[in-house]
Design a protein. Structure first.
Lengths: 318, 301
């Protein structure tokens, strides 16, 4: 008969963060479990859809787009636009749906009771769930990024070879051939493109934190998903709406109104700031400063939503 | 000498809930637990009994910090139950537990062990011990989704014990389990008691409570109506029980005459004591299993 006597020794409570407010190790345990849970729910099937979409996009020749001189770049832009549009849609929807589903499911199955009756602070539980979802979003984005980069690299290489052959046949000056090669390469796999994909992850991260917040007070998963999707779309217009309102009011806008609008912008995410995704699709360069600012902003938004989620969840009764 | 700290101390616990929407009394407060006070000393097995909806589970949830008392307080080994660290000493098995279906039995125990801060060799050996204890070694690699009701209850008990808690809280531990599985769980509770683990269990299966508990509280409509040592509560003070084996009819007649001659004593009943249906079932099951084994061995020869 194994030993079942009372626990005399205290087990390690894990590496504490923020002076013991949460345990990084315990968050890691819950995150790893959430990642496995989602993996075993076979959510990666959507990657097959993405792969098929990519194959279609890469072999789909659009003759009507070949009107301008820079048609080679146009093909690459279409490929990137299709892929990154799908990546944005998949990652955002997945982040919202998975986060909205996990806590109500734990409550329904009473697994939440067995977790919270262990020495697990509720903040650890919430952050663990969120991190698990984000780990899966990051992993799937990496896979999609890998596939996009591979196809883009192959297509870019093919187009450059074609362009050089055409230039030599038509006896273009070497400087012009070099210019064309550089212009096509700029639409290929670059670090700037990776920054655009990072911005897609940032958007998904914000939406996962938002869904987490809503799910702590929502009565149904469907409600959480619908509200989160509405907020996602609103996030693309809040900046325009605020500017329009402030411009129309001109001098009559009081300090309080301005503060309120800024507070509104803080509560509702402003996704126009994440427009670098479109810029990178067009092959534009993104500075490190912008990436840094977006990273800080993303952690700020996600942090605010997570703290609000914790405030609601810590007093929740089960 | 200092008094030992009670394993559980509930002081004037009251819990009110808002009446659910759609009901006639919507918006009013429903009192689920009404001024409950009880104390369980280390090593005791305490049974809280009462009908459905009497406040048993609410009391347990308050003790686990899953709900906050409207008034009053709960302590586990002197620590307020609303504080997370009080749960370091608690193992909990909820009624009809469900675990993550995508995990195997072994993975489930590892997950809960890690949540309690265990890791490495210590964790692996503890997981092995627990699987052995609840007789799920053969099913350790099988997904929980394929577990029977009894197996779920046993893995639930293993996760509750994984971090060697000093207090085990069991909510209807044998609900839906067949008599053999139920007997195993009761045997386990008795073994844990012998090892000094305090057990607090809720049940409405009174016979089982009587078999394992040494202290009992009866809760009705949220109020504790009787509480104390089981022996004291169930003893009928003005009656005496004599159990004889192989008694002759003449001896019984003599006893009857002796009692009749007394001015105060009154004979209430003479008859054969009855076994319980459960004991009968367990004996028959044991016999059938032994017979099957003997037949198997004969065939093998």
């Amino acid at each position: 008969m194994p030993s079942n006597g009372p626990n005399e020794s205290n087990y390690s409570s894990g590496l504490g963060g923020l002076s013991g407010l949460f345990s990084l190790r315990r968050i890691g345990v819950i995150a790893a479990h959430t990642f496995t849970q989602l993996m075993r729910m076979k959510v990666f099937y959507f990657l097959v859809v993405f792969a098929v979409l990519m194959l279609f996009a890469s072999f789909f020749d659009m003759p009507w787009s070949r009107t301008a001189e820079d048609t080679a770049e146009q093909e690459l832009i279409i490929l990137k636009s299709t892929a990154m549009g799908a990546m944005t849609m998949f990652s955002t929807l997945f982040a919202i749906a998975a986060t909205a589903l996990l806590i109500p499911k734990d409550l329904e199955d009473r697994t939440l009771y067995t977790i919270l009756s262990k020495p697990v602070p509720r903040l650890d539980y919430l952050l663990g769930k969120l991190t698990g979802v984000l780990m899966l979003v990051a992993a799937s984005l990496l896979l999609m990024d890998g596939l996009l980069s591979f196809i883009l690299e192959v297509r870019t290489h093919g187009l450059i070879t074609q362009e050089i052959a055409q230039g030599e046949a038509q006896q273009w000056p070497q400087s012009y051939i070099d210019f064309r090669v550089s212009a096509i390469a700029q639409q290929g796999v670059t670090w700037h493109l990776q920054a655009g994909i990072a911005a897609i992850f940032f958007k998904a991260m914000i939406m996962a934190a938002m869904a987490l917040l809503i799910s702590t007070f929502s009565s149904s998963t469907l409600f959480t998903i619908v509200i989160a999707v509405v907020i996602y779309f609103m996030g693309h217009f809040t900046s325009d709406a605020r500017s329009y309102w402030l411009d129309n009011q001109q001098q009559s806008v009081s300090f309080a109104a301005k503060t309120m609008s800024q507070l509104g912008a803080l509560i509702l995410p402003d996704f126009q700031l994440y427009n670098i995704i479109d810029a990178t699709i067009e092959g534009k360069k993104v500075s490190l400063a912008i990436i840094g600012r977006l990273t800080i902003l993303t952690f700020l938004y996600s942090g605010i939503y997570s703290v609000l989620a914790w405030f609601t969840f810590r007093k929740k009764e089960f | 000498m200092t008094e030992p700290i009670p394993a559980v101390q509930i002081k004037h616990l009251t819990k009110e809930f808002k009446a659910p929407s759609g009901k006639a009394n919507q918006g009013t407060q429903i009192r689920a637990v009404d001024d409950v006070s009880l104390s369980i000393m280390p090593g005791e097995v305490y049974g809280l009994i009462g009908p459905n909806g009497s406040g048993k589970s609410t009391t347990m949830k308050a003790l686990l910090g899953l709900i906050a008392p409207t008034s009053g307080s709960c302590y586990v080994f002197g620590k307020n139950s609303l504080k997370t660290d009080s749960r370091q000493d608690i193992g909990f098995l909820p009624e009809n537990p469900y675990f993550y279906k995508h995990l195997s039995g072994e993975e489930t125990l590892r997950f809960y062990a890690k949540l309690c801060g265990m890791r490495g060799k210590q964790m692996h050996s503890r997981v092995d011990e627990m699987l052995e204890l609840v007789s799920l070694n053969d099913a350790r690699k099988r997904r929980i989704a394929g577990y029977s009701k009894g197996m779920l209850q046993r893995i639930g008990l293993a996760q509750a014990l994984i971090h060697q808690p000093r207090l085990l809280i069991l909510d209807e531990p044998t609900a839906g389990v067949d008599p053999l599985g139920s007997r195993d769980i009761r045997d386990l509770i008795i073994q844990l008691k012998e090892r000094g683990v305090t057990v607090f269990l809720c049940s409405h299966l009174l016979e089982q409570v009587q078999e394992v508990c040494d202290h009992v509280g009866i809760i009705f409509n949220g109020k504790i109506v009787r509480e104390g040592k089981l022996e004291d509560l169930i003893a009928i003070e003005d009656q005496t029980e004599i159990v004889l084996k192989n008694a002759h009819a003449d001896e019984l007649d003599q006893m009857r005459q002796l009692i009749d001659s007394s001015s105060e004593s009154e004979l209430i009943r003479i008859g054969k004591p009855k076994t319980t249906l459960e004991r009968l079932f367990l004996n028959e099951a044991k016999k059938s299993a032994a017979k099957q084994q003997t037949t198997g061995e004969t065939h093998a020869k």
